[in-house]
Design a protein around this ligand. Structure first.
Ligand SMILES: [Zn+2]
Ligand SMILES: [Zn+2]
Length: 523
């Protein structure tokens, strides 16, 4: 900056520089001097004059460096003096802030006459102009000092912003960096300070308060949030009244939960493992259409931990070929239907209760279902009354807390299918998973494994999570984990004369089977 200054350096600068501006600087200088004297005196007393001089010098250098640092920090708060960009009539651009500070000090503290100041700072021009500029600049510097943030202010703003962010987070509002700095700016304004948070400040703020950016799991409407208190109450009420009422009236084995779950034809997870830093990651699937098409499983489980023996499976097909009727009944655990959307509808719900559910249950059972409107017609059919089936409906919007199937079971189904498809894609490439016959065979195999008595506790877990049963189930292994973890001594198929590699472990009889024998091994 010095090279832009054309005015001759005032000779007095050296002495004025040493002149303290205010009391704290005064104290600093005194403290430094005292330290120098003390150290030098001590070394001199020991007869080591050269060491005394060296130490005194070190202290002085450190002190001047510190002061220079402080001055630099002061300057960084203000505009940088840019002579290229200056405007002759604007005192702001005549001199830099630190030069202005010096001018004002010369005028106010040193009591220099204006004429003498103009002699050294010629850009001030006439005495009239110099007086006007100096008084204006003096006011400006005062206001800067007034609005400058102190350490306490920073702490105050930090706390204030943290509180606001916490509230926004709880209210499910979007939060970004610019929102944090906006809130900080407002908080500073409230206490009469000026603060423009830097990107660094925002970064360290986030670090201090353990905030980080993450993906959003669920998007909800405003109304849903407002209703959440109401929902919590209705969940508690349902558990207290309806669940305990059902428990009193029905044995666990006679209480069922029914729900539908959609599954993609070729179940894959959205993730894979690849080398770090790879920009584009491609993975093979068998049939692209299998990713958009899905089937629906209509599964029932009992509170006693049993899978209902027949599961309704809705295919995503408008019309099934005639030859399909020959294999339709080959799948022990499946009752197969089809719709053009692959979804359930109210007619299918009636079909299910009439032809699948009611024939297989004793009289006086209970059925827990959600508020899906497809069930409305079904609930009114006379066959239900005849069988004295009690139906209770989970309040809308609470299924994620009260529906046993949603809470634990459906996840196990998806996990199992994913694990099985991964194995098939890797070792049995020619087997098209999404092909109708193959798909049904796989689901049949899966449900056969899920019906094993050893997974009773797993099904009970779903009821425990929903709050229906209060007894925690005993420890269990999940189907996906059990069936696809082949013991080391059973790496070959159990069928006599078949020496192929094991694909699946049977949860009923603990036999391991190769892929083709496994598909036929249904209990
Ligand atoms: Zn078996
Ligand atoms: Zn085999």
């Amino acid at each position: 900056m010095g090279k832009h200054r054309w005015a001759k350096k005032p000779k007095t600068e050296f002495t004025t520089k040493k002149q303290p501006e205010n009391r704290t600087d005064d104290e600093n200088v005194l403290r430094n001097c005292a330290q120098v004297l003390q150290v030098a005196g001590r070394e001199l007393a020991r007869g080591k004059s050269s060491k005394a001089i060296k130490q005194a010098k070190d202290i002085l250098i450190a002190a001047t460096e510190k002061e220079a640092d402080l001055n630099r920090n002061d300057d960084s708060d203000n505009e940088i003096f840019d002579p290229e960009n200056r405007h002759e009539n604007d005192e702001k651009y005549l001199y830099s802030s630190s030069q202005w500070r010096k001018i004002i000090r010369l005028r106010d503290v040193e009591k220099w006459p204006l004429k003498r100041i103009i002699h050294y700072y010629r850009k001030l021009g006439s005495i009239e102009r110099a007086r006007r500029y100096i008084s204006r600049k003096r006011e400006e510097l005062k206001s800067v000092r007034r609005t400058k943030m102190s350490l306490e202010d920073f702490e105050h703003i930090d706390k204030e912003v943290a509180a606001v962010i916490k509230k926004l987070d709880e209210e499910s509002e979007f939060i970004h960096d610019d929102i944090i700095s906006e809130i900080a700016m407002r908080a500073a304004k409230k206490i009469g300070k000026k603060f423009h948070p830097s990107a660094n400040w925002v970064l360290s703020f986030k670090k201090r308060h353990k905030l980080c950016s993450r993906h959003i799991d669920v998007l909800v409407s405003n109304k849903k949030i407002e209703d959440s208190d109401k929902l919590r109450k209705s969940i508690d009420d349902f558990r207290k009244k309806n669940f305990s009422e059902m428990k009193k009236r029905f044995a666990d084995d006679n209480v069922y939960n029914i729900d539908q779950t959609g599954i993609k034809l070729e179940p894959i997870g959205g993730r894979t493992i690849t080398l770090k830093g790879r920009k584009r990651c491609t993975r093979k699937i068998q049939r692209p259409s299998a990713l958009t098409h899905s089937i629906t499983l209509h599964i029932a489980i009992s509170a006693g931990g049993k899978l209902f023996p027949k599961t309704f499976l809705v295919l995503h097909e408008k019309k099934l070929p005639r030859k399909f009727s020959t294999i339709r009944n080959k799948f022990k655990y499946l009752e197969i239907r089809n719709t053009s959307s692959g979804l359930m509808n109210s007619n299918l719900a009636i079909d299910w209760v009439k032809n699948v559910f009611l024939p297989k249950i004793p009289k006086k059972c209970a059925l827990l279902c959600d508020s899906w409107n497809g069930f409305d017609k079904m609930k009114r059919i006379p066959a239900i009354k005849r069988k004295k089936l009690f139906i209770d409906t989970i309040p809308p919007g609470t299924t994620s807390q009260l529906q046993p199937l949603d809470l634990f079971f459906n996840k196990q189904i998806k996990e199992f299918m994913k694990r099985m498809s991964n194995q098939i894609r890797l070792y049995h490439k020619k087997f098209a998973i999404a092909k109708r016959g193959n798909l049904l065979a796989l689901y049949n195999l899966m449900l056969s494994r899920f019906s094993a008595p050893m997974f009773c506790e797993m099904i009970k877990m779903a009821w425990f999570r929903s709050g229906y049963s209060t007894a925690h189930p005993k420890p269990f292994s999940t189907p996906a984990k059990f069936c696809f973890t082949i013991p080391e001594d059973k790496l070959r198929c159990d069928n006599s004369r078949c020496r192929k590699e094991s694909f699946i472990l049977c949860a009923h009889c603990r036999k391991t089977k190769c892929f083709s024998h496994g598909l036929q091994h249904i209990h």
